[in-house]
Design a binder for this molecule. Structure first.
Ligand SMILES: *Cc1c(COP(=O)(O)O)cnc(C)c1O
Length: 340
């Protein structure tokens, strides 16, 4: 397979149309057989449920080339089941989980020329999503839906080296108790845009959201879960019903326990405790882990002992082990690596 002539190392995180994408439509209570198309445009009613009442959910995962030249994706079954949970919460029909994985495979295969080579640091980002297509003007769920998967090559996350992030404790809330914080829905991102734009204007990289009920416990950022490392070397991640269950975070916890022999805890993390942590990182598909160097709470700075120049030692070990598993340099747990 001839790869596209792309400067992989200098790609950013931006949309570049590729050749084929997968589409399936839901009508009269059933999904059609679906298939690939070259048409990158979606034509729907001006009154479609997604446009009026934001009835849409999505996923994000990557395909990449392993050290021994295989094209693979990482745990796509977990994306399939999370999309199902998200869809059900927004009164949308789930896309069958086995067909989800099949659709992802078809899209990667059809765009293999866009899968970056091993060692480039770049990956092929896949975006599965599901939205209401028929006209809805009174508030109710749509009854026709479209499921799509497109892909776009994205560059290495840590271009020019790792740079620990500076966060601010955010005055806006991300998710209400019993709300939609635990599903991957566009609506959670729409309401985070003002918070991230103002954070950037004030010189911060990201927002740390606290629980909206008490504003005392750490939740997550707009698009990544927290991992902390205590001074005793325990890996701690916040437990909350209003954070998005990150697949990267779940995988890192497994790696911490079963590959690195570390103690792991999933529990409430009072913000008060953050100043006593040794390391802090953000986990998600895009970066795997980005280290956090500083957290600013209304002018009061918490500087992580790991500093502003590099990842902390435990964060680095977690990062190296999980990326090693993904790239085929370290043996993966059963079922984690799905070959195309
Ligand atoms: C997607 C997402 C994450 C990261 O999840 P991964 O499965 O690891 O990519 C974390 N938080 C939010 C709010 C997200 O939408």
């Amino acid at each position: 397979m001839d790869k596209k002539q792309i400067d992989w190392g200098n790609l950013g995180f931006a949309y570049m149309p590729t050749e084929q994408r997968y589409v399936s439509n839901y009508k009269d209570g059933a999904w059609d057989e679906g298939g690939l198309t070259t048409d990158a445009n979606v034509v729907i009613s001006e009154c479609a449920g997604v446009l009026q009442y934001a009835q849409t959910v999505f996923e994000g995962l990557k395909a990449y080339t392993t050290e021994d030249g295989r094209t693979v994706t990482f745990r796509p079954d977990l994306n399939a089941s999370r999309l199902k949970d998200s869809a059900e919460r927004l009164e949308m029909p789930a896309f069958p989980e086995d067909r989800f994985v099949e659709a992802v495979k078809q899209v990667v295969k059809a765009n293999e020329a866009y899968v970056p080579p091993y060692g480039s640091g770049a990956t092929l980002y896949l975006r599965p999503y599901l939205f209401g297509t028929n006209p809805v003007i009174g508030v109710k769920p749509a009854d026709e839906f479209q499921f799509r998967v497109f892909c776009t090559p994205v560059g290495p996350y840590f271009k020019g080296g790792v740079k620990p992030l500076t966060l601010r404790v955010c005055d806006f809330d991300r998710a209400a108790p019993h709300g939609t914080g635990h599903i991957k829905a566009g609506l959670n991102y729409a309401m985070s845009l003002h918070a991230i734009v103002t954070a950037h204007e004030e010189g911060f990289d990201e927002n740390m959201y606290l629980d909206s009920a008490t504003r005392t416990k750490v939740e997550e950022t707009g698009g990544a879960n927290f991992l902390f490392v205590t001074k005793e070397g325990t890996v701690v991640t916040p437990k909350s019903s209003t954070i998005l269950p990150s697949i990267t975070r779940r995988s890192l916890l497994y790696v911490a326990e079963h590959y690195l022999g570390l103690k792991v805890e999933e529990r409430e993390v009072p913000f008060e405790e953050v100043k006593d942590m040794a390391e802090c990182g953000l986990c998600g598909t895009a970066a795997v882990i980005s280290p956090v160097g500083k957290i600013v709470d209304h002018g009061k700075e918490i500087c992580m002992p790991s500093g502003m120049d590099e990842m902390g030692p435990v964060t680095k070990k977690l990062y190296d082990t999980l990326t090693g598993i993904q790239m085929g340099r370290i043996e993966a747990p059963e079922g984690w690596i799905v070959e195309i």
